[in-house]
Ligand binder design. Structure first.
Ligand SMILES: NC(=O)c1ccc[n+]([C@@H]2O[C@H](COP(=O)([O-])OP(=O)(O)OC[C@H]3O[C@@H](n4cnc5c(N)ncnc54)[C@H](O)[C@@H]3O)[C@@H](O)[C@H]2O)c1
Length: 270
């Protein structure tokens, strides 16, 4: 089963200070990868890198902004100077934002456009720019694996989150586009895929899924009704899929958006 290994691979994880990025970073160091934890917030990063080193892993932290090309280019230089290659890019930075979620009765026509701009910028360009900078290194190496984060919101409409949904649909499409571009121009060793997580309780969505008293909101009752497994995901359930897609075991897989959703996207609800 050695072809599932990511040992000694240099993996950049954007948004590594956050919930999903942290969980995947831990699983990556445990699998022997060399992790570059990148986040815009220094305070998120220091604790993360310490945690990864305490697990016995090789990890460095880089403060970087996925929306700033110069910051990404500086990171690429530093990583190449330290570890000599960039084998894996996990574009985890992203997420919804409070101002970009419509109130239940708020018409779309009263949506704050600056919030639309912010959420689409982070989720779409925050994936595209790191692919532009680190993907160039992979193209020159002739090898590499990129994993983007799409969402259930990219498959079918989810009420109240128009900007996040549009941006994640763009991430799915861009994943397919870049997969083809890389394979056509740089060969079969540069692969680009995405995962589409279903519903995992995190800081960004806790308030819309769980009431202050711990009971399910009306929205989360609807989510579970359309989830054949009848539960929310545990963030550790993303780790194996990401490792698989980055490994040689997935050597002929490029351009897929893999749902990890307890069957949500497969089920009509009937
Ligand atoms: N939590 C879920 O249920 C869920 C479901 C589907 C998809 N996702 C997606 O997974 C990804 C991570 O979600 P999460 O719950 O871990 O979010 P999170 O808020 O816990 O973490 C996001 C991290 O990204 C960092 N970040 C924000 N802007 C940045 C920038 N410009 N440059 C660099 N770093 C930046 C933040 O500082 C934070 O540490 C997002 O793309 C989100 O849309 C999450």
């Amino acid at each position: 089963m050695n072809n599932f290994s990511i040992k000694d691979k240099v993996a950049i994880i954007t948004g590594a200070g956050g919930v999903l990025g942290g969980s995947i970073a831990q699983s990556f160091v445990q699998a022997g990868a060399k992790v570059v934890a990148m986040d815009i917030r220094q305070e998120n990063l220091d604790a993360r890198v310490q945690e990864l080193r305490d697990l016995g892993g090789q990890a460095i932290g880089i403060v970087g902004n996925v929306l700033d090309k110069a910051s990404l280019e500086k990171a690429a230089q530093d990583i190449l100077a330290q570890w000599g290659s960039i084998d894996i890019l996990l574009n985890i930075a992203g997420g919804n934002m409070p101002g970009a979620t419509l109130e239940p009765t708020q018409p779309f026509f009263e949506m704050e456009l600056p919030s639309w701009d912010k959420v689409t910028n982070l989720n779409m360009n925050g994936t595209v720019y790191p692919c532009y900078v680190f993907g160039k290194v992979m193209a020159a190496q002739g090898s590499g694996s990129i994993i983007n984060i799409s969402s259930m919101a990219a498959f079918a409409a989810i009420t109240r989150v128009p900007g996040y949904s549009a941006a994640k649909a763009a991430v799915s499409n861009f994943t397919q586009w870049l997969a083809c571009e890389m394979a056509l121009k740089y060969g079969d060793k540069v692969r680009v895929n995405a995962i589409a997580p279903g519903f995992f309780i995190g800081d960004q969505n806790r308030a819309v899924l769980i009431n202050p008293d711990g009971s399910l909101t009306e929205r989360s009752v609807k989510v579970l009704a359309k989830t054949p497994m009848k539960r929310f995901g545990d963030i550790t359930e993303l780790n194996g899929a990401v490792q698989f897609l980055c490994s040689q075991a997935a050597g002929f897989i490029t351009g897929v958006v893999l749902p990890i959703d307890g069957g949500f996207s497969a089920f009509s609800g009937v």
